[in-house]
Design a protein around this ligand. Structure first.
Ligand SMILES: O=C(O)CCC(=O)C(=O)O
Ligand SMILES: [Fe+2]
Length: 249
């Protein structure tokens, strides 16, 4: 077994996250930033996200999503967390999110569980000035990975609806709840169980850019029609298949 994955899995269970410092070199970070800057120029200072390997084609984020070492780490974490092997066809689903402008504020404190068991977050641009710098906020490991799709859907309906999201955001902003707040450092890789942990990002100054790459891996409900119909809205909106690739026409 990969011992570093075992250590990371134990840290995720105990502390809610694990971090690999300087996961990418300064040079690769610069390439990632250049890609973000190019994309940001097309979005007039407002929030945008790009989903899937094809849409991210040629970028360093797509290259990481296709890299064997990252896939091995995430597959091992999936195995350690769920006791099962991921589906043989499972691929990493990459996303970049760029918060800026007023719309960026609306995308903050948007508490959710991910569809996939393992989430790796690679910050590319993080504001360093001001009261709010877009910290990652995590309520770690609130639930177990469910292999029963119906149970997952019911749990999500209870924990994960507009009202509960607003309540959680309200309570966090008033410090009534004290989740983990991670000050993100560009180039580090943050690992957590997005499926088990309610999470969101804190807001940041609308004049600043906050850009993160997300690598989602291991959908426990990959073979469930029910889950496909009711969940995975992001991918449906982006007209991508489960693995983030354009379906063949
Ligand atoms: O950008 C972030 O800090 C978190 C984004 C996230 O949780 C997601 O895209 O699933
Ligand atoms: Fe997430």
């Amino acid at each position: 077994m990969d011992t570093s994955a075992a250590v990371q899995a134990a840290e995720i269970d105990r502390n809610g996250f694990a971090v690999i410092e300087q996961y990418i070199s300064a040079e690769v970070l610069e390439q990632g930033r250049a890609f973000i800057e190019q994309q940001a120029a097309n979005h007039e200072g407002e929030y945008f996200a790009i989903h899937g390997i094809e849409a991210l084609g040629g970028s360093i984020v797509a290259a990481l999503a296709l890299s064997a070492p990252l896939k091995e780490t995430l597959a091992e974490l999936y195995h350690l967390q769920t006791g099962r092997e991921p589906a043989a066809t499972e691929q990493i689903f990459p996303v970049i999110r760029c918060l800026q402008g007023r719309n960026g504020l609306k995308q903050s404190h948007f508490y959710h569980f991910d569809a996939t068991a393992v989430t790796a977050l690679l910050p590319l641009f993080i504001p360093t000035e001001g009261e709010h710098c877009g910290d990652l906020i995590i309520f770690p490991n609130l639930r177990r990975v469910r292999f029963n799709a119906l149970r997952n859907v019911i749990e999500k309906a209870v924990l994960h609806n507009t009202l509960s999201q607003k309540l959680v955001a309200f309570a966090v902003k008033r410090s009534w709840l004290r989740p983990i707040r991670l000050k993100l450092v560009p180039g580090n890789l943050y690992l957590f169980s997005g499926y088990r942990s309610l999470h969101a990002n804190d807001q940041c100054d609308p004049a600043m850019l906050r850009a993160t790459a997300l690598f989602h891996f291991g959908n426990p409900h990959h073979d469930s029609l029910l889950a496909r119909l009711l969940l995975g809205a992001n991918k449906r909106r982006a007209k991508l298949d489960h693995n983030g690739l354009k379906p063949v026409n």
